[in-house]
Design a protein around this ligand. Structure first.
Ligand code: HEM
Length: 266
Protein backbone atom coordinates (compact mmCIF):
# COMPACT_ATOMS: atom_id res chain seq x y z
CA UNK A 1 0.00 0.00 0.00
CA UNK A 2 2.81 2.36 0.92
CA UNK A 3 4.63 1.45 -2.27
CA UNK A 4 1.48 2.13 -4.30
CA UNK A 5 1.09 5.52 -2.63
CA UNK A 6 4.75 6.30 -3.30
CA UNK A 7 4.43 5.25 -6.94
CA UNK A 8 1.34 7.35 -7.53
CA UNK A 9 3.09 10.33 -5.97
CA UNK A 10 6.12 9.73 -8.19
CA UNK A 11 3.92 9.54 -11.30
CA UNK A 12 2.13 12.76 -10.32
CA UNK A 13 5.47 14.50 -9.71
CA UNK A 14 6.78 13.34 -13.09
CA UNK A 15 3.65 14.68 -14.79
CA UNK A 16 4.12 18.05 -13.08
CA UNK A 17 7.74 18.06 -14.18
CA UNK A 18 6.80 17.38 -17.79
CA UNK A 19 4.33 20.25 -17.91
CA UNK A 20 6.66 22.49 -15.92
CA UNK A 21 9.49 21.94 -18.37
CA UNK A 22 7.38 23.16 -21.31
CA UNK A 23 8.59 26.72 -21.96
CA UNK A 24 5.30 27.61 -23.63
CA UNK A 25 3.73 27.15 -20.19
CA UNK A 26 6.67 28.51 -18.23
CA UNK A 27 6.08 32.23 -18.24
CA UNK A 28 7.23 34.75 -15.75
CA UNK A 29 8.10 38.39 -16.08
CA UNK A 30 11.56 39.84 -15.51
CA UNK A 31 13.05 39.75 -12.02
CA UNK A 32 15.07 42.57 -10.44
CA UNK A 33 18.28 42.96 -12.41
CA UNK A 34 16.87 41.39 -15.60
CA UNK A 35 16.63 43.58 -18.67
CA UNK A 36 14.04 43.92 -21.40
CA UNK A 37 13.87 46.19 -24.44
CA UNK A 38 11.65 47.69 -27.12
CA UNK A 39 10.92 44.45 -28.99
CA UNK A 40 7.76 42.86 -27.61
CA UNK A 41 8.64 39.51 -29.17
CA UNK A 42 12.18 39.18 -27.84
CA UNK A 43 10.89 40.26 -24.42
CA UNK A 44 8.24 37.55 -24.70
CA UNK A 45 10.78 34.89 -25.63
CA UNK A 46 12.89 35.85 -22.60
CA UNK A 47 9.79 35.70 -20.38
CA UNK A 48 9.23 32.09 -21.52
CA UNK A 49 12.89 31.14 -21.19
CA UNK A 50 13.38 30.63 -24.94
CA UNK A 51 16.06 33.31 -24.56
CA UNK A 52 18.06 33.89 -21.37
CA UNK A 53 15.54 35.08 -18.80
CA UNK A 54 17.95 37.78 -17.71
CA UNK A 55 17.71 39.30 -21.21
CA UNK A 56 21.49 39.58 -21.15
CA UNK A 57 24.46 38.20 -23.09
CA UNK A 58 22.40 36.69 -25.91
CA UNK A 59 24.67 34.84 -28.33
CA UNK A 60 23.98 33.67 -31.87
CA UNK A 61 23.40 30.15 -30.52
CA UNK A 62 20.94 31.45 -27.93
CA UNK A 63 19.04 33.37 -30.60
CA UNK A 64 19.06 30.54 -33.15
CA UNK A 65 17.83 27.95 -30.65
CA UNK A 66 15.39 30.35 -29.02
CA UNK A 67 13.74 31.52 -32.23
CA UNK A 68 13.62 27.98 -33.59
CA UNK A 69 12.02 26.54 -30.46
CA UNK A 70 9.59 29.41 -29.93
CA UNK A 71 8.44 30.28 -33.45
CA UNK A 72 10.18 27.94 -35.92
CA UNK A 73 12.66 30.41 -37.42
CA UNK A 74 15.35 28.83 -39.58
CA UNK A 75 19.00 29.39 -38.68
CA UNK A 76 19.61 31.85 -41.54
CA UNK A 77 16.99 34.34 -40.46
CA UNK A 78 18.28 34.20 -36.90
CA UNK A 79 21.80 34.95 -38.15
CA UNK A 80 20.36 37.75 -40.27
CA UNK A 81 18.64 39.33 -37.25
CA UNK A 82 21.59 38.69 -34.95
CA UNK A 83 23.82 40.89 -37.11
CA UNK A 84 21.39 43.76 -36.58
CA UNK A 85 21.11 43.02 -32.88
CA UNK A 86 24.83 43.08 -32.09
CA UNK A 87 25.16 46.40 -33.91
CA UNK A 88 23.35 47.89 -30.90
CA UNK A 89 25.91 46.60 -28.37
CA UNK A 90 28.06 49.61 -27.44
CA UNK A 91 31.05 47.26 -27.21
CA UNK A 92 32.46 46.95 -30.73
CA UNK A 93 32.89 43.47 -32.27
CA UNK A 94 30.89 41.82 -29.52
CA UNK A 95 29.46 38.34 -29.96
CA UNK A 96 26.34 38.96 -27.88
CA UNK A 97 23.73 41.57 -27.13
CA UNK A 98 21.33 42.34 -24.31
CA UNK A 99 17.72 43.29 -24.84
CA UNK A 100 18.22 46.78 -23.41
CA UNK A 101 20.91 47.50 -26.03
CA UNK A 102 18.10 47.50 -28.59
CA UNK A 103 16.74 50.64 -26.94
CA UNK A 104 19.58 52.81 -28.28
CA UNK A 105 17.66 55.38 -30.25
CA UNK A 106 18.05 55.42 -34.03
CA UNK A 107 20.35 52.42 -34.20
CA UNK A 108 17.43 50.05 -34.69
CA UNK A 109 14.91 51.59 -32.27
CA UNK A 110 12.89 54.17 -34.16
CA UNK A 111 10.14 56.74 -33.78
CA UNK A 112 6.53 55.93 -34.66
CA UNK A 113 6.41 52.58 -32.84
CA UNK A 114 3.14 50.71 -32.60
CA UNK A 115 3.25 50.35 -28.82
CA UNK A 116 5.89 52.70 -27.48
CA UNK A 117 6.23 56.49 -27.30
CA UNK A 118 8.98 58.21 -29.25
CA UNK A 119 12.28 58.59 -27.37
CA UNK A 120 11.63 62.34 -27.29
CA UNK A 121 8.58 61.77 -25.08
CA UNK A 122 9.99 59.16 -22.70
CA UNK A 123 10.76 55.47 -22.46
CA UNK A 124 10.78 54.15 -26.01
CA UNK A 125 11.37 50.64 -24.70
CA UNK A 126 8.35 50.30 -22.40
CA UNK A 127 4.88 49.33 -23.55
CA UNK A 128 2.59 52.36 -23.68
CA UNK A 129 -1.16 51.71 -23.64
CA UNK A 130 -2.14 55.01 -25.26
CA UNK A 131 0.18 54.50 -28.23
CA UNK A 132 -1.02 50.92 -28.62
CA UNK A 133 -4.68 51.94 -28.36
CA UNK A 134 -4.16 54.24 -31.32
CA UNK A 135 -2.56 51.40 -33.26
CA UNK A 136 -5.24 48.84 -32.55
CA UNK A 137 -8.06 51.27 -33.29
CA UNK A 138 -7.01 50.85 -36.94
CA UNK A 139 -7.16 47.05 -36.87
CA UNK A 140 -10.32 45.06 -37.46
CA UNK A 141 -10.98 41.77 -35.63
CA UNK A 142 -8.60 40.31 -38.18
CA UNK A 143 -5.40 42.24 -38.82
CA UNK A 144 -4.19 42.06 -42.41
CA UNK A 145 -1.72 43.98 -44.56
CA UNK A 146 -4.24 46.75 -45.22
CA UNK A 147 -5.13 47.47 -41.59
CA UNK A 148 -1.55 46.79 -40.51
CA UNK A 149 -0.35 49.48 -42.93
CA UNK A 150 -3.14 51.87 -41.90
CA UNK A 151 -2.00 51.63 -38.26
CA UNK A 152 1.62 52.32 -39.24
CA UNK A 153 0.72 55.44 -41.20
CA UNK A 154 -1.54 56.67 -38.39
CA UNK A 155 1.22 56.31 -35.82
CA UNK A 156 3.63 58.11 -38.15
CA UNK A 157 1.23 61.02 -38.54
CA UNK A 158 0.66 61.30 -34.79
CA UNK A 159 4.34 61.09 -33.93
CA UNK A 160 5.33 63.51 -36.63
CA UNK A 161 2.82 66.09 -35.43
CA UNK A 162 3.67 65.74 -31.71
CA UNK A 163 7.42 65.17 -31.69
CA UNK A 164 9.55 68.17 -32.75
CA UNK A 165 12.52 65.82 -33.12
CA UNK A 166 10.67 63.19 -35.12
CA UNK A 167 12.90 61.26 -37.47
CA UNK A 168 12.81 58.01 -39.31
CA UNK A 169 15.82 56.56 -41.10
CA UNK A 170 15.48 54.45 -44.22
CA UNK A 171 16.37 51.41 -42.14
CA UNK A 172 13.85 52.40 -39.45
CA UNK A 173 11.12 52.61 -42.07
CA UNK A 174 12.02 49.19 -43.49
CA UNK A 175 12.05 47.81 -39.93
CA UNK A 176 8.56 49.17 -39.25
CA UNK A 177 7.20 47.34 -42.27
CA UNK A 178 9.11 44.17 -41.34
CA UNK A 179 7.78 44.27 -37.77
CA UNK A 180 4.17 44.30 -38.97
CA UNK A 181 4.91 41.59 -41.54
CA UNK A 182 6.53 39.53 -38.76
CA UNK A 183 3.77 39.73 -36.18
CA UNK A 184 1.08 38.89 -38.76
CA UNK A 185 3.14 35.93 -40.03
CA UNK A 186 4.15 34.50 -36.68
CA UNK A 187 0.94 34.92 -34.73
CA UNK A 188 -1.33 34.31 -37.72
CA UNK A 189 -1.14 32.90 -41.23
CA UNK A 190 2.12 33.68 -43.07
CA UNK A 191 0.53 32.84 -46.44
CA UNK A 192 -2.88 34.52 -46.15
CA UNK A 193 -1.30 37.36 -44.15
CA UNK A 194 -4.05 37.55 -41.58
CA UNK A 195 -4.06 37.25 -37.80
CA UNK A 196 -6.70 37.49 -35.09
CA UNK A 197 -6.36 40.87 -33.39
CA UNK A 198 -6.84 39.35 -29.92
CA UNK A 199 -3.64 37.32 -30.28
CA UNK A 200 -1.61 40.37 -31.20
CA UNK A 201 -3.12 42.42 -28.37
CA UNK A 202 -2.41 39.59 -25.95
CA UNK A 203 1.25 39.36 -26.89
CA UNK A 204 1.91 43.10 -26.89
CA UNK A 205 0.07 43.71 -23.62
CA UNK A 206 1.33 40.69 -21.67
CA UNK A 207 4.65 39.96 -23.43
CA UNK A 208 3.49 36.36 -23.43
CA UNK A 209 2.76 33.90 -26.24
CA UNK A 210 -1.00 33.63 -26.81
CA UNK A 211 -1.27 29.84 -26.35
CA UNK A 212 -4.38 30.26 -24.20
CA UNK A 213 -6.04 31.87 -27.22
CA UNK A 214 -5.27 28.82 -29.36
CA UNK A 215 -1.97 29.98 -30.85
CA UNK A 216 0.58 27.26 -31.57
CA UNK A 217 4.19 27.34 -32.71
CA UNK A 218 3.97 27.61 -36.54
CA UNK A 219 4.50 24.29 -38.33
CA UNK A 220 6.10 25.86 -41.38
CA UNK A 221 9.60 27.23 -40.99
CA UNK A 222 9.94 31.01 -41.23
CA UNK A 223 12.77 32.21 -43.46
CA UNK A 224 14.31 35.47 -44.61
CA UNK A 225 12.64 34.98 -48.01
CA UNK A 226 9.22 34.79 -46.38
CA UNK A 227 9.98 37.85 -44.27
CA UNK A 228 11.01 39.82 -47.35
CA UNK A 229 7.98 38.67 -49.35
CA UNK A 230 5.58 39.61 -46.55
CA UNK A 231 7.36 42.90 -45.87
CA UNK A 232 6.80 43.80 -49.51
CA UNK A 233 3.11 42.99 -49.20
CA UNK A 234 2.82 45.40 -46.24
CA UNK A 235 4.91 47.97 -48.16
CA UNK A 236 2.45 47.99 -51.09
CA UNK A 237 -0.42 48.93 -48.76
CA UNK A 238 1.76 51.35 -46.81
CA UNK A 239 2.74 53.27 -49.93
CA UNK A 240 -0.88 53.54 -51.00
CA UNK A 241 -1.67 55.28 -47.71
CA UNK A 242 1.14 57.79 -47.57
CA UNK A 243 0.07 61.37 -47.94
CA UNK A 244 1.80 64.71 -47.68
CA UNK A 245 2.08 64.51 -43.87
CA UNK A 246 4.48 61.61 -44.06
CA UNK A 247 5.56 61.89 -47.64
CA UNK A 248 7.95 59.33 -49.05
CA UNK A 249 8.81 58.65 -52.65
CA UNK A 250 6.76 56.00 -54.30
CA UNK A 251 8.42 52.92 -55.70
CA UNK A 252 10.88 52.48 -52.84
CA UNK A 253 12.29 48.98 -52.45
CA UNK A 254 12.02 48.49 -48.69
CA UNK A 255 13.42 44.96 -48.76
CA UNK A 256 16.54 46.32 -50.43
CA UNK A 257 16.77 48.94 -47.67
CA UNK A 258 16.70 46.18 -45.09
CA UNK A 259 19.48 44.33 -46.90
CA UNK A 260 21.53 47.53 -47.33
CA UNK A 261 21.02 48.29 -43.66
CA UNK A 262 22.41 44.89 -42.79
CA UNK A 263 25.39 45.38 -45.09
CA UNK A 264 26.13 48.61 -43.21
CA UNK A 265 26.06 46.99 -39.75
CA UNK A 266 28.30 44.07 -40.80
C1 HEM B 1 17.21 39.42 -33.08
C2 HEM B 1 15.97 39.57 -33.45
C3 HEM B 1 15.23 40.86 -33.30
C4 HEM B 1 15.71 42.12 -33.14
C5 HEM B 1 17.15 42.57 -33.10
C6 HEM B 1 14.58 42.99 -32.98
C7 HEM B 1 14.66 44.35 -32.76
C8 HEM B 1 13.60 45.17 -32.52
C9 HEM B 1 13.69 46.55 -32.14
C10 HEM B 1 14.95 47.33 -31.95
C11 HEM B 1 12.43 47.02 -32.03
C12 HEM B 1 12.00 48.42 -31.64
C13 HEM B 1 11.55 49.18 -32.81
C14 HEM B 1 10.83 50.41 -32.35
O1 HEM B 1 11.47 51.43 -32.11
O2 HEM B 1 9.61 50.35 -32.24
C15 HEM B 1 11.54 45.94 -32.35
C16 HEM B 1 10.19 46.05 -32.38
C17 HEM B 1 9.39 45.06 -32.84
N1 HEM B 1 9.74 43.77 -33.11
FE1 HEM B 1 11.57 42.97 -32.93
N2 HEM B 1 13.43 42.25 -33.07
C18 HEM B 1 13.79 40.95 -33.27
C19 HEM B 1 12.94 39.88 -33.41
C20 HEM B 1 11.62 40.00 -33.62
C21 HEM B 1 10.73 38.92 -33.95
C22 HEM B 1 11.15 37.46 -34.09
C23 HEM B 1 9.51 39.46 -34.13
C24 HEM B 1 8.20 38.83 -34.51
C25 HEM B 1 7.99 37.65 -34.84
C26 HEM B 1 9.60 40.88 -33.86
C27 HEM B 1 8.57 41.78 -33.94
C28 HEM B 1 8.63 43.10 -33.55
C29 HEM B 1 7.50 44.01 -33.57
C30 HEM B 1 6.09 43.70 -34.02
C31 HEM B 1 7.98 45.25 -33.13
C32 HEM B 1 7.19 46.56 -33.07
C33 HEM B 1 6.94 47.06 -31.69
C34 HEM B 1 6.30 48.42 -31.72
O3 HEM B 1 6.35 49.12 -32.76
O4 HEM B 1 5.74 48.83 -30.71
N3 HEM B 1 10.89 41.17 -33.55
N4 HEM B 1 12.27 44.81 -32.62
Amino acid sequence: MRLAAFLSLAVAAAAVNVSNSDPFEQWHGPKAGDVRGPCPFLNTFANHGFLPRTGKYITLDDLTNGLFNAVNFDANISAFLFDFAISTNPEPNSSWFSLDHLTRHNVLEHDASLSRVDAFHGHADIFNQEAFDETRSHWGDIVNVESGAAAIVARMKTCKSTNPQYSLSQLGEAFILGETAAFISILGDAEALTVEKTRVEYLFQNERLPTELGWKRPEAQFTTDILVRNLQAVAVEYQKRLNSTVLRKRGVDYAERLMNGRARVL
